[in-house]
Design a protein around this ligand. Structure first.
Ligand code: PHE
Length: 346
């Protein structure tokens, strides 16, 4: 299998590595109903049309039992109707846009959703950072970014905050100076940038070049070693919400890190953890399923309850989503450091 490509390539690489580790362990422990699991990986280059084509091929030609993916919500939204139409269960490890699982009862996720993630960051801004004025810079091409920007706006206002400016860009852009110049005139306390790491790294640098001192805050789309490679010191003192932190001392997280390092020689990021979790949740459902038909795997997935995974205990709810805590990560000297954990509201 060749490499995975696109402006968010590390999302795919990390997810694939996490899945590979899980499958290796599952097969070493005897596989599923006497069979070994096998993964077929397709690079969609971060493009929705390619993602749709890939799913069609996996289902009609390769006859897969289930789909793991995609990461980016816009791509998962392109894939979901196809998986649903063929009654092949699809689990996205990490697409957080609320609409993804609304595509049908064969579509699942093992991560939290953006209404929670956006709420968590609005809480963090209002209550921990104690700021009143926020600006927003959203990627209008990304369902994920738009959803998070909207939720953040709603909750931050409810908490007494004000959105002093709301600007947009399109994924793939490299020059954000005009938006940032407008933002600067409003002198916000923080700038919420719910985008993906390549653009966020560039945005951070240009923010500082324009003399804006306000911290940037964002979401899980920041989670890549490439973020600080691109953004450098401009990101210090900024924060983002995420699914997992290697700072978690629990035995399951530490074992996962040790195993992952053995195979891939690096500390796994959140995407790797979510990929791993999607694969073990699928394997658990396949073991419990009456048969390996799409309908039986689907039913077993829907019954997943209190399954201890790396990123938390997973219970699939009636919307086929998982409700879990979020962590807020601070960027300090180019390192990702756990700042606080935010639990879902009861
Ligand atoms: N949540 C993002 C989306 O839905 C994808 C993502 C997940 C990116 C985790 C980084 C880490 O588009």
């Amino acid at each position: 299998m060749g490499s995975l490509t696109g402006t968010e390539a590390t999302f795919g690489t990390s997810t694939r590595d996490g899945i590979d580790l899980a499958i290796k362990q599952i097969n070493a422990a005897g596989g599923i109903k006497g069979k070994k699991m096998r993964v077929i990986v397709i690079d969609d280059q971060g493009k929705s049309e390619e993602a749709a084509t890939a799913v069609t091929k996996l289902i009609t030609q390769d006859k897969v039992s289930a789909i793991l993916g995609e990461v980016g919500s816009t791509r998962s939204l392109a894939m979901a109707p196809i998986a649903q139409g063929h009654h092949v269960p699809m689990i996205t490890p990490s697409s957080t846009a609320v609409e993804v699982t609304q595509k049908g009862d064969f579509i699942f996720r093992v991560c939290f959703i953006d209404p929670f993630q956006g709420w968590a960051m609005a809480q963090f801004a209002a209550k921990t950072l104690k700021v009143k004025k926020a600006a927003i810079l959203r990627d209008v091409k990304s369902d994920y970014s738009v959803g998070l920007a909207n939720i953040f706006t709603e909750i931050f206002k409810k908490l007494g905050g004000e959105i002093v400016m709301d600007q947009s860009y399109s994924g793939g852009d490299a020059d954000f100076k005009s938006q940032l110049t407008s933002i600067k005139t409003k002198n916000p306390d923080v700038i919420y940038v719910p985008g993906y790491y390549t653009e966020v790294g560039l945005i951070a640098r240009q923010t500082r070049e324009l003399g804006i001192k306000a911290p940037l805050i964002g979401g899980d789309g920041w989670d890549s070693a490439k973020l600080t490679e691109i953004g450098g010191p401009a990101l210090d003192g900024s924060f983002f919400s995420n699914h997992y932190t290697p700072d978690d001392k629990s035995a399951i997280v530490q074992k996962f890190i040790t195993d992952f390092k053995k195979d891939f020689n690096q500390v796994p990021d959140g995407l790797a953890a979510m990929g791993y979790d999607a694969a073990i949740v699928l394997a658990d459902a396949m073991k419990r399923a009456k048969s390996l038909s799409g309908d039986d795997i689907r039913s077993a997935l829907a019954e997943t309850k209190d399954y201890q995974a790396v990123t938390g205990k997973i219970t699939i709810d009636k919307n086929r989503d998982a409700s879990k805590a979020a962590v807020v990560i601070e960027i300090k000297g180019g390192k990702f450091v756990l700042k606080e954990t935010i639990n879902p509201p009861k």
